[in-house]
Design a protein around this ligand. Structure first.
Ligand code: NAP
Length: 258
């Protein structure tokens, strides 16, 4: 459990929270008395509707437009986050992107590599650095949750830049977990499998068929709520003696099977 006062609602910053998994996390937190900062990059309507959904459930939320891949965007995000309610107790690094085109690694462009790494790894790394400095100065502990992917360990040669970015997030989780544990800041990595969102919409039919044929021991696609429930288990204090931990939320897809 974060060490912030239990009497004041705690503040969560969820990146990429207007749609998909981030929205599932943001709305679940909002329904449990967290104040939620809903970051988005370009889809202002979705972010506004996420804020509305949280407010309709009795919670408090604000949206913040910022591109996590840019240093200016992260500075804006930090400034506006701290201005909203005076601090951040939970950072969820959720914003992410798939390559714009799935291309074999022998053909992958440097531009695609740089873009995906910027959004999925460099951005979250330096945002975490900035928020961690704030958490340390505030001396009230905190929690950081990184949404990586089963692609951290499963090779897909048509989206290598994505896999590399998520594998890097795995080491990022370990590094910050080690560095921050003494100050009461715990760091976790959630590895979703195939989750029904806009990101997977283009390959949904193929994935549905594979899952029906037994790709995953639990024969269904994941939902944003599945990832949100894992987040809640962490922030509600059920892993107080764990940090740097990986929790797979993938229907068992990571299991090696014969
Ligand atoms: P999604 O539906 O495509 O939504 C992506 C979200 O990230 C959007 O809210 C988007 O903002 C935001 N975003 C993208 N680039 C951003 C940037 N540079 N700065 C700020 N926000 C940015 O994706 P999703 O499926 O929910 O995925 C969420 C996370 O889970 C990602 O990190 C993804 O890699 C990971 N994941 C997804 C799956 C899956 O099967 N869906 C599986 C494993 C891991 P806008 O709305 O403004 O565009």
């Amino acid at each position: 459990m974060t060490s912030a006062s239990q009497h004041q609602p705690r503040v969560a910053l969820v990146t990429g929270a207007g749609r998909g998994i981030g929205r599932g996390i943001a709305t679940a937190l909002g329904a449990r008395n967290w104040r939620v900062l809903v970051n988005y990059r370009s889809d202002a309507d979705s972010a506004a509707s996420c804020v509305q959904q949280i407010e309709d459930s009795g919670g408090e939320a604000r949206s913040i437009q910022a591109d996590v891949a840019s240093a200016d965007g992260r500075a804006t995000l930090l400034r506006e986050s701290l201005a909203a309610w005076g601090g951040v107790d939970l950072l969820v690094n959720n914003a992410g992107m798939a390559p714009r085109q799935r291309v074999d690694i022998l053909e992958m462009s440097e531009a695609s590599y740089d873009e995906v790494m910027g959004v999925n790894l460099r951005g979250p790394f330096f945002l975490t650095q900035a928020i961690a400095r704030h958490m340390l100065a505030a001396e009230r502990g905190g929690t950081i949750i990184n949404i990586s992917s089963m692609s951290a360990v499963v090779a897909s040669t048509s989206r290598g830049e994505y896999c590399i970015s998520k594998a890097g997030m795995g080491m990022m989780t370990k590094l910050f977990a080690d560095r921050l544990a003494d100050q009461g800041i715990l760091v976790y990595e959630l590895r979703p499998g195939i989750v029904e969102t806009d990101m997977t919409a283009v390959v949904l039919e193929r994935y549905q068929r594979l899952v029906a044929e037994g790709l995953t021991p639990i024969r269904r696609l994941g939902l944003p709520e599945d990832v949100a429930r894992a987040c809640l288990a962490i922030v509600e204090g059920h892993f107080p003696f764990s940090t740097g931990e990986v929790i797979n939320v993938d229907g068992g897809q990571h299991l090696q099977r014969l």
